[in-house]
Design a binder for this molecule. Sequence first.
Ligand code: PLP
Length: 398
Amino acid sequence: MHLANRLNRLGTETAFAVSAEAAAFASDSNKVYPFHLGDMNIKTPQNIIDAAFNAATAGKTGYCPNAGIPALREALAREISDSRGVAYTRDNVVIQPGGKPSIGKFVLTLMNPGDEILYPTPGYPIYESQIEFHGGRAIPYGFIEGHKNFELDPGAIEDSITPRTRALIYNDLHNPTGAESSSEEMAAIAELAIKHNLFVLSDEAYFDIRYASESQSIAALPGMKERTVILYTFSKKFAMTGWRLGATIGPKPIVDCVAKLNVNDESCSNHFIQYGAIEALTGPQDGPLEIRQTLQKRRDIAVAVLGTIPGVRCYKPNATFYLFPNVTNLMKSKGLYDDYEKFRQRVMYETGVSFCTRAHFGRVQDNESQRYVRLAYSGIEANEIEEGLGNLKRWAQE
Ligand code: PLP
C-alpha cells in the first residue's frame, strides 16, 4: 500500500505506548504505579457536568459557530484579559477541540514549507511532529538544570535563529520539566522574538496548575500581544482532559485563519460542552481549587520520597503536575546509563513504577550527558505515590 510521503514526517506521543505496555503488565495481575501519562484520575467538578448535561437536554446538540459560541468566546476573552493582564475581546478567541489543535493550526497559519520554528526539547512531542509534518524545519532548544529550576539559555536560542526562522514555541510551566521562567528569562525570550520578528506560540496548558506565586504570560510583555498566540485548554485546570475543549487566542487575523481551519477540520467544537466551559469559567471556583490542592499534596509526597532515593535528584516545581528527576547516577549504578528504554522497562517490571523518560519528549540531543525521567502525578493517588516510590527506593538501594 502506498501511503502519502508526508506520513514519514509525522511523529506521535510515544507515552501512549508506555501506557499500553503498563496496561499489559497490569493485566497479568501485576501491580502498576501509573506515573506515565499526563491524564488525570480526578473527576470534573459537578457544576460543569451539570451545565453541559442541561445544555444537551435543552437541545444544544446541533452544529454551532465554527469559532465557538459567542458567549464562551466572550467569557474566555474576559478570563484571559484578567489573568494575563492583556486586553482581548471575543474576536481574539477561537474555540478548539482541546489545547493540542492550536499547535498544528499555529504552524499551518504562520509557517511556509522550508521555514524554521524553534521548539523546546525535552518538550511536548507534538511540536516537533507538527512542524515537520507540515514541511518545516524543527530547530531544537534545550534547558539547563539549575539548583531550583530548569532554565533557558536565550543566547544559545539566538544563535539558532536564521533568516528562515519564523516562530518560537514557548511552553512556560513546562511539560516535562516543570520549568518556569523568571521575569528576566521571559523578558529575554520576548526581546529575541521582537528583535528577530518571530511569532510566538505560548503554550499555557499549565498556567492555572500552580501551587505558589503567580503565572505570567509572555503576551503581556510590551510588543508581544501582536506576535503571540496563546494555547489555552480546559483539560488541566478543570480536570476535563477527555472533554476535548480549548482555544487559540491571539491577533484577529491569525484567529480568523484558525477559524477557517476549524471549518475544514472539525466544523465546530462540541456544542453543548461549550456551555459546561462557560460554567467552568464563570461559576464557583471551589472545584479547580480542590483539584490544585489534591495535586499539591501528591507533589509534596513524591518530591519528599524522591529526595531520599540514592542516585536521584529532583527539584520541586511550583507548577504543572510533572516531576523531572535527574537519574543519571541511578542509571549508571545499574549499568543502564546508555539505554533509557531498558532502564524504564526494568524499573517497571521490577518495581511496578511506570514512567516516561526524557526520550519520550522530543529528540534527545547529542550534547545531553544527564539522564532524566518524567513522573506525572495527575493520575495516581497519594498513597500509591508513596508505595510506588518506596519500591523504587528499595530497588535503587539493592
Ligand atoms: N501542551 C502541553 C504542554 C501539554 O502537556 C498538553 C497535554 O498534555 C497539551 C498542550 C494538550 O492539551 P489538551 O489535552 O488540552 O489537548
